[in-house]
Design a protein around this ligand. Structure first.
Ligand SMILES: Cc1cc2nc3c(=O)[nH]c(=O)nc-3n(C[C@H](O)[C@H](O)[C@H](O)COP(=O)(O)OP(=O)(O)OC[C@H]3O[C@@H](n4cnc5c(N)ncnc54)[C@H](O)[C@@H]3O)c2cc1C
Length: 415
């Protein structure tokens, strides 16, 4: 009997975890990614603001998996899935056959139909994005140092972040910190502390996915750090010299950053199954694709509800647990007959997340306390304890899935 082929598309948090969780399974695993590295996205903003280097938060996928003998890593970009013929097509025309497929290609930026804004307001998703943002921020200070016209100098020293979710809040906090603490003594003609950092949010509060009290605390802390927090104001235009708000107000800014919207990976559309408004696959409770029990979609690409009826947020822990669960479903396929009884009510997968206590040498900068506080109190995943060196070994911290059973709905609650 030939060995079953498990194809995993995407070596992010979800895909990498799935590959590792299959290390002892009697299957052949292929991990395909269009990049050769796993990226610890939660620390991207530190690269964007020059606090960390790319190598601190990226690690070669083949290095991570080099000891896993049943797994090979393939560099390539998936473009479509033929779920009937069980084939995955790549951009270069190649096709990979599979018995089981785990799709973990994550999400990308959404400019809400204004893709033309991207060149003037880059988002933060990849190392390339982070380096481009770093370049724009640092060059703005350099250009301001040489500028004689006060109005133009102010424009160069104005930084606008659009969107006050976790990424926007982190970016705005980091930009304020650079201006007020990091660069203060490095320039002769300008005072970096005079830089204006504006965070614009269309909704009524920052960190909308947290409880209101924590949003208020985060906004207050940002203001204390010198960030101008503008709530309930939508952006109507972005160009290379600034942003226009729906109210008609114009903010002249050389550097505008986008942190407002995400859209699911386009690969989902080729599955030809129902998607939610963000383009995520409406998966079955066991994360399989409706009508295709050997295909799984996990992480940011999956639209899945937790037992409390709320949508599982697009966070690393959800992806990691999804990877574990899909791998467990596949493992169980070989351990027991496929036809399994329905899950017993109340027996759910429970995942434990033990945040590391105490401070390390690379303790995150002060503003990260905002997110840490929000994460701990709100029950949301907290990755701020992850140190750069540990990013290379990015994986679940203390995640245990003891009672995992195939075809059982996943429980994403973090205890
Ligand atoms: C700036 C930022 C900060 C964040 N901060 C936090 C945080 O503090 N805490 C937290 O829990 N979460 C955070 N997140 C969210 C978290 O990173 C995501 O939820 C998580 O990465 C999702 O994992 P995933 O495996 O679904 O996708 P990803 O980790 O995005 O991985 C997708 C992988 O698929 C690959 N890929 C995509 N398309 C293709 C294709 N067509 N063919 C081949 N390969 C492909 C990509 O190269 C990538 O390696 C943050 C995200 C960002 C962008």
């Amino acid at each position: 009997m030939s060995v079953s082929q498990v194809l995993i598309v995407g070596g992010g948090f979800g895909g990498l975890q799935a590959a590792r969780a299959l290390s002892s399974a009697a299957v052949r695993v292929t991990l395909l990614d269009r990049r050769n590295h796993h990226l610890f996205q939660p620390l991207l903003y530190q690269v964007a603001t020059a606090a960390l280097n790319p190598s601190d938060i990226a690690v070669a996928l083949r290095r991570v998996l080099r000891k896993q003998e049943n797994c090979r890593v393939v560099l390539g970009e998936a473009t479509s899935i033929d779920k009937e013929r069980k084939l995955l097509y790549l951009r270069d025309g190649a096709a990979l056959a599979f018995d089981f497929l785990i799709v973990a290609t994550g999400a990308t930026h959404s400019y809400f139909g204004h893709d033309e804004w991207e060149k003037d307001a880059p988002g933060l998703k990849t190392i390339e994005d982070a380096l481009e943002i770093r370049r724009r921020v640092l060059l703005a200070y350099e250009a301001a140092e040489r500028e004689d016209d006060p109005a133009r100098r102010q424009e160069l020293l104005t930084f606008v972040v659009v969107g006050a979710g976790p990424t926007g809040v982190e970016m705005a906090g980091a930009l304020a910190e650079i201006a007020r603490h990091v660069l203060t003594r490095d320039f002769r003609r300008i005072d970096p502390a005079s830089a204006r950092v504006t965070l614009i949010e269309a909704g009524p509060r920052v960190l909308a996915s947290y409880v209101p009290k924590l949003s208020e605390a985060a906004a207050a802390r940002l203001r204390q750090m010198g960030v101008e927090v503008r709530l309930g104001e939508a952006v109507s235009a972005i160009d290379k010299s600034g942003v226009t708000l729906q109210s008609g107000e114009r903010i002249a800014a050389h550097c505008v950053l986008w942190a407002a919207g995400v859209a699911a990976s386009p690969l989902a559309r080729t599955l030809d199954v129902p998607l939610d408004r963000a383009g995520r696959v409406l998966v079955e409770p066991d994360l399989s694709v409706p009508g295709a029990p050997d295909l799984f979609v996990i992480g940011d690409l999956a639209s899945v509800k937790a037992p409390d009826g709320k949508l599982v947020p697009g966070v690393a822990q959800g992806a990691i647990q999804g990877g574990d669960h899909a791998a467990a479903c596949i493992r169980r396929t070989f351990a027991r007959p496929r036809a399994r009884p329905l899950p017993v009510q109340g027996q759910r997968v429970t995942c434990h997340h033990r945040p590391r206590g105490g401070g390390g040498r690379d303790r995150p900068a002060a503003h990260r306390g905002i997110l840490r506080l929000a994460a701990l109190a709100g029950g949301a995943p907290d990755y701020t304890h992850q140190l750069p060196q540990q990013a290379a070994r990015a994986r679940a911290v203390g995640l245990g899935l003891p009672a995992l059973s195939a075809r059982r709905p996943i429980d994403y609650r973090s205890n």
